[in-house]
Design a protein around this ligand. Sequence first.
Ligand SMILES: [Cu+2]
Length: 232
Amino acid sequence: LGPLHTEFDGKGYAYTSMFISSEIVKWKLGTWEVVDRVPTYYSIGHLMIPGGDSKKPFGKYVLAMNKITKDRYPPTGAELTQSAQLFDISGEKMKLLLDFPTIGEPHYAQALPASLIRDKQVKFYSLKESTHPRVARAESETGIERSGRRVNVKMIAIRSHFAPDNIEGVQEGDTVYFSVTNIEQDWDILHGFAILGAENAELILQPGETRTLKWVARKAGIYPFYCTDFCS
Ligand SMILES: [Cu+2]
């Protein structure tokens, strides 16, 4: 009851989410007969077969994204997690592999074999090839310069420190532009930058990336800054 969405496995079957009866129904294209059904907990909305809305589905799994979590999880407050279920659809009957909590009411999703993106993804930004005007490729390229009431700081971030990490001489009312380069060239070492008194932002830096945070020295004092991608 209550069919919402349909995905295809590329092998002649369709899978329809049933919101009211809380189930996935598998049916055969052409004869339209129902060949299998599995319960979902509860009130499934979208469902997803990797590539299942394309001409060539990958067709090994179906994911149920449910809208109602009634009686599933401990009470964690007014907001409860939603639930999802992953089924193996490589055989005749759907087989539950994993039942797990997820965030929000997931509104569709897509999945694909890792091999399609593994060799094509940008893993980190090459420092050598960086054309960023504020890049500092090494500690020797960092520096602090003043022009009027503006202070430009060029910094590097590396595990587990910044350089320079002690900046003196900023005056009350100055505007400081912190340009920070994460000089790591390992794809999975991120760094961040936050400073006390920054009102609405901080930086997160992919390896090889340079970004700038504007900060105003509103009052004389000592202001700590730190890496938000905890590394020390
Ligand atoms: Cu860090």
